[in-house]
Design a protein around this ligand. Structure first.
Ligand code: PLP
Length: 404
């Protein structure tokens, strides 16, 4: 007799972030629109990109699809780790040139974006390995942990008092998720703060799972783009990156992870975790789309980098504009300098749902209540500035209608 997966059932019963945003928030918005027909709404909840693919990328996509349509140049299944030229480019153009660390292409695993790696990577470790998460967290960290059968985890508080940057745990934990620049708070780790986590991990034999999806948005000099800029990280960290946000690949779906040869668990040998991850993928994942990988290669050319910088500048221009306006109208607002999210504090001690409703009804702005990112997110709202400039400008003006 078949029985349902109890971990999946638990996640479903609690309500996933995706479901709450797609069903509950959408329903509130639709009901509101019905009651106030004519009123303009500004959708700043979902972290969806609005800018099109850049010319270098569309050109590469067209050429790649033509090659797939020709029997002489057609390609079928490729290396499970990803196209070898793309992995070489990630090593050269990204890690060697930008961060000055060298990896072998065999340590790079190309994926269909970052989302699936961030949760699937837990399969590399024993189910009894304990996990720590920052709170507030990126929702799939939490949901993936529950789905993996771990019913509890240690929370690392990210509060206004610690500038939303957690301290390493006081007790021994096996796996630690970190995200910098952070979604939802917008905070970034400096070198010293990251070094503390690397030192902790090396002392306790823990492994860091470092989500660097927003690293291209970093503006402040000397803020680390990669965990591997930190001494000792190659022995204790897996890094997860994505082309989604800075290159408008949210729909094309390409990301990558680094599982270094030097990464060691308490009981593994040199290269063993990397090889195990490859075995896991050969069972469950046969590589990202070859078309999308060809497009990703164009991102890592000089022209592609220039064009993607234009996309990032556009979003950060949005963030700067909205943040300034929020400040002018008396809001207390964090983030928006190293990634495209504003973390806005609710006025007068309101909780995040109360703030969400008031922002919606008084200004038409739809954000995500911070509580959906964990208990420490209550009292905040997250606004995404990945939308179009004209919308952001209009929303920024509408803020004057809000009674702070
Ligand atoms: N990690 C963080 C922090 C994100 O904000 C997102 C997407 O919003 C992801 C991972 C997933 O990105 P991808 O589109 O590469 O799957």
């Amino acid at each position: 007799m078949a029985t349902k997966n109890k971990n999946l059932h638990t996640v479903k019963t609690q309500g996933t972030y995706y479901d709450i945003v797609k069903k509950n928030i959408s329903k509130i918005v639709i009901d509101y629109q019905r009651s106030e027909p004519g009123k303009k709404l500004f959708m700043m909840g979902w972290g969806n990109t609005s800018q099109p693919l850049s010319p270098a990328i569309t050109h590469a996509l067209v050429n790649a699809s033509k090659r797939l349509g020709d029997v002489e140049t057609y390609t079928s299944y490729e290396d499970i780790r990803g196209n070898v030229q793309l992995r070489e480019k990630i090593c050269e153009e990204y890690y060697s040139k930008k961060i000055e660390v060298s990896f072998d292409p065999s340590e790079v695993f190309v994926n269909d974006g970052a989302q699936s790696i961030l949760t699937n990577i837990l399969e590399l470790f024993e189910p009894n390995n304990t996990v720590a998460l920052p709170n507030p967290y990126y929702p799939s960290f939490y949901e993936g942990v529950i789905l993996s059968g771990r019913s509890s985890f240690l929370e690392l508080p990210c509060l206004e008092e610690n500038h939303f940057i957690p301290e390493p745990p006081q007790t021994k934990v096996d796996l630690i998720y970190l995200c910098s620049p952070n979604n939802p708070t917008g905070a970034v780790f400096n070198r010293k703060q990251l070094q503390a986590f690397v030192n902790y991990a090396r002392y306790h034999g823990s492994i860091l799972i470092f989500d660097a999806v927003y690293n291209y948005f970093i503006r402040t000099p000397d803020v680390p783009m990669s965990i591997y800029e930190i001494e000792g990280a190659r022995e204790c960290a897996i890094e997860v990156c994505s082309f989604s946000k800075f290159a408008s690949f949210t729909g094309l779906r390409v990301g990558w992870s680094i599982v270094p040869d030097t990464l060691l668990s308490n009981d593994s040998e040199y290269g063993e975790l990397k090889n195990m991850w490859n075995i896991r993928n050969s069972i469950k994942f046969w590589g990202a789309s070859n078309l999308a990988q060809q497009a990703a290669m164009a991102i890592l050319t000089e022209q592609g980098q220039k064009e993607c910088k234009g996309i990032v500048d556009y979003y950060m221009g949005n963030a700067c504009l909205l943040k300034q306006s929020m400040k002018n109208f008396g809001f207390c607002c964090f983030g928006g300098t190293e990634n495209p999210y504003l973390w806005v504090k609710a006025p007068n001690g309101e909780n995040s749902w109360q703030f969400f409703h008031r922002l919606l009804t008084e200004t038409g702005i739809v954000g995500i209540p911070g509580i959906l990112f964990g208990s420490n997110g209550d009292g905040f709202i997250r606004l995404s500035t990945l939308g179009r400039r004209e919308e952001i400008e209009e929303a920024a003006k509408n803020l004057e209608k809000f009674h702070v």
